[in-house]
Design a protein. Structure first.
Lengths: 278, 282
């Protein structure tokens, strides 16, 4: 087989992994290109295409260190990047010029690639979303204070259904299958004990306060997670109560939970909180 | 500016440039003797040239497509020439591989614009490729004052039409081109593992007296294939190979290709010291 033609076919397959898929199903195409189909390990070529894309994303490693570490330890890198390479080619999109955008694009792909029913994939999903949340909140400017919040705190006083909760700062919410801090710590070990990471649904709120640089990561309960996900600065307490399956007149338990979030400093209320008329 | 001590005896130890390099050398003064910088990185980020105020530079390259059938662009050759002159690199380490090839048209099977990759591929290991390398090297020698030394590729799969093993191919190229070698021990281990040969026996078949520089890095196995991994430390086999090479070769430099410094500094320093000790003993 002519070396020049062999090189041409290999290079074409690496650049466009969709060709490799075609050659798998239609080996006569390879023959027309001067390559005996049985002489080329298409599976290995596919994986090599993944390796080249992995190397192209080495700059992202510093932004997602735990993610890359887990992929390496779990042996997922090559397969993931091979699939990513094919995805990018089929979508017709060039790789982004900046590391930040490449990281963002890769994460968007990964969260769909992951099969949450597979334990190690669940851990990968957790660590990548954990690192992405931290990146996102670090990258955005420190949020400005919401005006009037200092005067509206009224702990212990009943909350009007028309009160509108607002997030004090910026948050990212994630439902995880593990404790991301435990996972990150495990990944820093020479031999990460991933099999010992307990899998259990947990809810996290990544929170950057007003005019602050640090990020707090709070584990919240399921109720708090869904409440925070519904706070958009325009929905009232009554609206949120209704969306969560309650009535427009919030229960005491509901308002107490909101008060807890207010006490933490995550929530403030846009209207003055006064007790309902007796 | 600092320049590589070409007159020095003994092997010098260096690190490949990457993120974290600046912090490492600031905290570990005198641990390494030079930095190896990819030409492509210098071309993309010319400000990296300032690193030569701290350490001598050896140029590494992945753009000449030495084992390919399409020549590099004149702009690439000219820029590499300029960098080689500016850095006074003692040699240019280039991959015995290709990064560009004729285009193919899946539908019409006609050649189109070339395929240019950002990663080197192991070429067909054949007499045809050897002759191509000879022609390319003759051309490059007319351009570059610094010698080109050739780095063995990692082999991940059998390249169709190959009639030689990697050892045979590298030996034939080195002989016909009278070229020095950049012996990448990790690539050698990868090739041996993927082609199921005994690395420690195979290494003895190479013309080790031609080895000018050695590369050391990590690798890992995924999906049934052993892959190059500059984020991993060199495994024991790589150091065993280094011991064997040191018995016969007198390399002038050894570069740890730990571009990403993802493992503890103490381990990195131990690998630097271990490499130095092995080459001094040899």
């Amino acid at each position: 087989m002519n070396a020049r033609q062999v090189h041409a076919v290999l290079a074409a397959g690496v650049e466009n992994p969709a060709l490799i898929s075609t050659w798998r199903t239609e080996p006569t195409r390879l023959l027309r290109l001067g390559i005996e189909p049985g002489c080329l390990d298409l599976d290995a070529l596919w994986k090599f295409a993944g390796l080249t894309i992995k190397v192209r994303h080495n700059g992202v490693r510093q932004q997602l260190p735990g993610t890359f570490r887990l992929m390496a330890v779990a042996g997922l890198e090559i397969g993931l990047f091979a699939d990513y390479a094919a995805f990018r080619v089929s979508s017709g999109r060039m790789y982004a010029a900046t590391t930040s955008q490449r990281a963002h694009d890769l994460v968007q792909f990964m969260v769909h690639w992951i099969d949450p029913s597979v334990g190690i994939h669940a851990l990968l999903g957790d660590i990548v979303r954990h690192e992405q949340a931290l990146l996102l909140l670090n990258a955005t400017p420190a949020p400005e204070a919401v005006s009037g919040t200092a005067d509206d705190s009224a702990a212990g006083v009943g909350l009007r259904p028309s009160a509108v909760p607002q997030i004090c700062g910026r948050i990212v919410l994630h439902e995880m299958q593990s404790d991301p801090f435990l996972l990150a710590a495990a990944l820093r070990q020479t031999v990460p004990p991933l099999a010992h990471i307990p899998l259990q649904t947990r809810y996290y709120c990544y929170w950057r306060r007003h005019q602050a640089s640090e990020i707090d990561v709070l584990e919240v309960d399921e109720f708090g997670y869904y409440v925070l996900s519904l706070v958009d600065g325009s929905r009232s307490v009554a609206d949120i109560s209704r969306r969560l399956g309650g009535s427009r007149r919030p229960t005491r338990g509901f308002t107490q939970s909101l008060a807890q979030l207010e006490a933490l400093g995550i929530l403030a209320f846009g209207h003055a909180r006064t007790a309902d008329a007796a | 500016m600092k320049f590589f001590d070409s007159a020095g005896t003994g092997a010098q130890i260096g690190l490949a440039y990457g993120p974290g390099f600046g912090d490492f050398i600031a905290s570990n003064d005198g641990v390494i003797d030079y930095v190896e910088i990819p030409f492509e990185q210098l071309r993309h980020s010319p400000e990296l040239a300032s690193i030569q105020e701290l350490l001598p530079v050896i140029l590494h390259c992945a753009s000449l497509s030495v084992a390919g059938f399409l020549p590099p662009s004149q702009a690439t050759v000219d820029t590499l020439h300029q960098e080689a002159e500016r850095t006074r690199t003692p040699w240019i380490g280039e991959h015995l591989a290709f990064v560009s090839a004729d285009g193919i048209n899946e539908e019409a099977e006609r050649d189109l614009s070339p395929t240019n990759l950002t990663y080197t591929l192991c070429p067909q290991l054949s007499e045809e490729t050897v002759q191509r390398v000879v022609e390319n090297m003759a051309s490059f020698r007319r351009t570059f004052a610094a010698p080109l030394i050739l780095e063995n590729s990692p082999q991940y799969f059998a390249v169709p039409g190959s009639t030689m093993s990697m050892v045979e191919f590298v030996s034939e190229v080195a002989s016909q081109c009278d070229a020095g070698l950049l012996l990448d021990l990790s690539h050698f281990a990868i090739t041996s593992l993927n082609t199921r040969v005994d690395a420690l026996k195979e290494i003895e078949r190479l013309p080790l007296e031609r080895v000018v520089e050695i590369h050391v890095s990590g690798y890992n196995e995924q999906s049934g294939v052993v892959w190059d991994d500059h984020a991993a430390p060199a495994p024991p086999l790589v150091f065993e190979l280094l011991e064997r090479v040191a018995e016969r070769a007198r390399p002038r430099a050894l570069t740890l290709e730990y571009n990403w410094l993802t493992f503890p500094t103490a381990l990195l320093v131990s690998h630097i010291e271990r490499s130095r000790a092995i080459l001094e003993r040899g």
